[in-house]
Design a protein around this ligand. Sequence first.
Ligand code: TRP
Length: 329
Amino acid sequence: METVVSGIRPTGNLHLGNYFGAIKNFLKMQDNNNCFFFIADYHSLTTHPTPEDLHGNVRQVLAEYLAVGLDPEKATIYIQSDLPEVAELTLLLNMNAYLGELERTTSFKDKARQQPDNVNAGLLTYPVLMAADIIIHHAAKVPVGKDQEQNLEMTRKFAARFNRMYNVEYFPIPQPFNFGEALVKIPGLDGSGKMGKSEGNGIFLIDEPSVIRKKVMKAVTDTGPTELNSPVAEPIANLFAIMSVVSKPETLEFFKEQYVNCNIRYGDLKKQLAEDIILFNEPIREKIKEIADNKDYLRKVVSMGKEKAHASASKTLKEVREIIGFKPF
Ligand code: TRP
C-alpha cells in the first residue's frame, strides 16, 4: 500500500464540482492506499482569520468531508495543528530553503499581489510547510490539481536536498497523483469554465433549495437554437453537463431532444435542473448538518486521527533529529 498525503484548505464549502471531482478520487484512494487527509489550519493563518472563524471553518470543512464519505476507519483524518511535529520539521527544512526559490514561487507572487499589506513570512515559506506535511509521513503520492503542481515540485526538491545534504536515502521523493482524464469536470453556471469556489458560479452541497433555485434560474443561457440540429452552445452544454450527473437519463434525453428540435424552453430546463439538484443535494446537506452538530463524533474522529498521525510523525522527527546530528548526552 502506498502512502498518500493530501491537505485540505479550511476555506469555503464543497460544491458539486468538488463532489464529482476531487472527492470521488479521495474516496477511491482511501480504499486502496494508506491515506493521510488533514485540514491545513496552520496554512490558513497566512490570511489572519479570527479565532472564531478559524475553528468554525475547520469544523465545517471536516463535517463536509466526513459527510461525503471520507472515512476515519480507512484514512487518517486529522487537523494539521494537532501535529506540532510538522512545525518542527518545517523549521528544520527552512534552513535549506532559499529566499530566491521561495520568492519565485507562483503562489507566493500571486498572494503577494492579492494581499500586498500582508506579505508575511508564512506566505513565503508556505511551500516548506507543505513539504513538511507531505514528507513527514514519507508519502509516495500526492493528489494535486494544476494550482498545486509547483508546490509539489518544491516538496520534491526539498526532500531530495535533505537526502543529498546528509547523504541518506531517507525521504522518498513524492510523485504527483494525477487524475487526468478520469476527473469529471463540472462546469459553472456562468456560461464558461468549471465550477469553482472563488468564481461565484457554483452550487454548494449545503445550499438550501431556495438558494439553488435562485442560482440555477440566473444561470447564463443564450438566445436558443434557431435551426434543427444546431450545435449546442457552451452555456447550454454546461447545463446539460450538470444535468447528466444529477438528473435521470430520460430527463437529459428529453431536453436534448427539445434542443435539437428547437422547441426547448430554457425556463423549463432550469426548473427541472434546479429540482434535480435539490433532490441530489438533500441527503448530503442533511448529513453535513447532522455531523457538524455532533460534537462527540467530531471529537472522536479528530482524536483518532491525531493519534495515528502522531505515531507516524514522531517517528520521522526522531529519525530526522538523529540524521541532522542532535544527539542525546
Ligand atoms: N496547498 C494546498 C492547497 O492550497 C493545501 C495543502 C497543504 C496540501 N499541505 C498540503 C495539499 C500537502 C497536498 C499536500 O490546496
